[in-house]
Design a protein around this ligand. Structure first.
Ligand code: C5P
Length: 218
């Protein structure tokens, strides 16, 4: 079974995807990691993330193993990593180079402990529209920019990272605009996606609602 969860940053996709993967014994692929890996690869080499030629070269040479190694960089999950990811993600060739790696995972889903599984929960922006249009269940999880920025802000503070809410809100809006206005695979719900607005819902409520939908499918 393949489930895709797309939506803007900090809408609650990651937590939901991991909970679903655990409950239904599916692998989990956070596809934002492939773009963060390219962004961090550039930054670590002193190259600006809007350098198209360098980003294309990094994407062409990106592998799953290299991505996991780059994920150890302290900036990988930071707003610097997120902004860099969203810049390289707007480059059509970068997306094309990273597509196969994401699609191959559905053929060979692997759990964190290395065991083989029979399905995947994808989390990203275009996993229901481009990466896995054949998915059995497509969700589009969203929330207002203010709610998402506050969630991210709290997350940064909990991790001990410096954060100013107003700046996180401005970055959230900037990233939304870049992700949804790019020409290659913009952020938008698949035609057959179920849209869930989590602005006024806690994660337990969202999870219960989605489990009901999955159980109906099964
Ligand atoms: O989800 P995350 O915040 O890690 O994603 C980082 C960036 O990667 C997003 O802002 C988006 O530009 C890009 N992305 C994408 N397509 C995906 C996943 C992430 O363009 N499927």
């Amino acid at each position: 079974m393949i489930i895709t969860i797309d939506g803007p940053a900090a809408a609650g996709k990651g937590t939901l995807a991991q909970k679903l993967a655990d409950k239904y014994n599916l692998a989990y692929f956070d596809t934002g990691m492939v773009y963060r890996a390219v962004g961090i690869d550039l930054i670590a080499n002193g190259i600006a993330p809007d350098n198209v030629a360098a980003a294309e070269k990094s994407a062409k040479n990106m592998t799953f193993t290299k991505m996991l190694a780059l994920a150890q960089n302290p900036d990988f999950r930071s707003s610097t990593g997120g902004q860099a990811a969203s810049k390289v993600a707007a480059m059509p060739k970068v997306r094309a180079y990273l597509l196969k790696m994401q699609q191959d995972f559905a053929e060979n889903p692997i759990a964190k402990d290395g065991s083989r599984l029979t399905g995947v929960v994808y989390d990203g922006r275009d996993t229901g529209t481009t990466v896995c249009p054949q998915a059995e269940l497509k969700l589009f999880v969203t929330a207002s920019p203010e709610v998402r920025a506050m969630r991210r802000h709290k997350e940064y503070l909990q991790k001990g990272l410096p954060s100013v809410y107003e700046e996180v809100l401005a970055q959230t809006k900037e990233r939304d605009l870049r992700d949804s206005s790019r020409t290659a695979s913009p952020l938008k719900p698949a035609d057959d996606a179920i849209i869930i607005d989590t602005s006024d819902m806690g994660i337990d409520e969202v999870f219960a609602e989605v489990c009901r939908i999955v159980d109906e499918k099964l």
